[in-house]
Write a protein of this length. Sequence first.
Length: 343
Amino acid sequence: MLIEKNVPLQACNSFGIVAKAHCLVRIGNQAELQRLLAEPESAAQAKFVLGGGSNIVLTGDVKPMVLKVEIKGRRLISEFAKAFVVEAGAGENWHDFVAWTLAQGYPGLENMALIPGTVGAAPVQNIGAYGVELQDRFDSLDAVDLQTGKEFTLNAAQCAFGYRDSVFKHQSTSLGLAGRALITRVRFSLPKPWKAVLGYADLERKMLESGIAQPSAQQMFQWICDIRRAKLPDPALIGNAGSFFKNPTVTPEQCADIIARDPKIVYYHLADGSIKLAAGWLIDACGWKGKSVGNAGVYEKQALVLVNRGGATGGEVMTLAKAIQTSVYERFGIRLEPEPVVV
């Protein structure tokens, strides 16, 4: 267990925002975490759990003790007639884990390829892309209570997954675990037999261009990677946190009202009868694509992505985000909700 003081966090957040952690502890395994929590001085300090830093906006130095999760490990837990159950340490890189499952012959996560971040952060956000969400492939997870040091296990129902949401993002109720738990391991149930999840325009276009009507899991993985690389900036080159806003959901009546005024709006029908609007389209329609506030800007190829044009502060990012929210609300009556955690 390594404890460091005044640690620069620019390399630990995908936005590349300059900030420091007053105290940072690298957690390589569960035993290290429990030793830390057993020390009275450490146990009394407020704590902030940091994974890959791909879903946060730092607005200043971080005063709580930062727990940098670096727990590794990937393995097949069991195989049943209907599924493979695989497990990964919370500190594993998500995309690398997806690639590993395919290499081992355990398909099912390919639609979520190239999503930045770590395995441990994936259930917190209930990540998803191209028709598949983490909850669709989730089995269970292990975590440690940061107040008591005790380990516990949660199944899908206990995680209370929602659209980019889970029990780990809430503090308001006794059941909320935000700031109270650190995820150590996550298990996934990957269905057998495997079936490609298609239906998105980008994937349909790939099928037409390639002439492949029944893509393999590896082909799907490559298509998803190609699509994401064409649309989204590489955080290693341009600081960003991926999609900055959630796609809002509205009633059919609300959607019909917007269509009457803006017939080109992009929307998707959901199983519960509600309609999901494309937040990127709403932002683009308000003229924000390519615009900047200070050193924070809206990506030229995808209006849903806010970027660091060089030296942006967390304050500039949030000023830009709030200006976008105001524009969208004034034009469409829709309130956009940010995805990243603001620290």
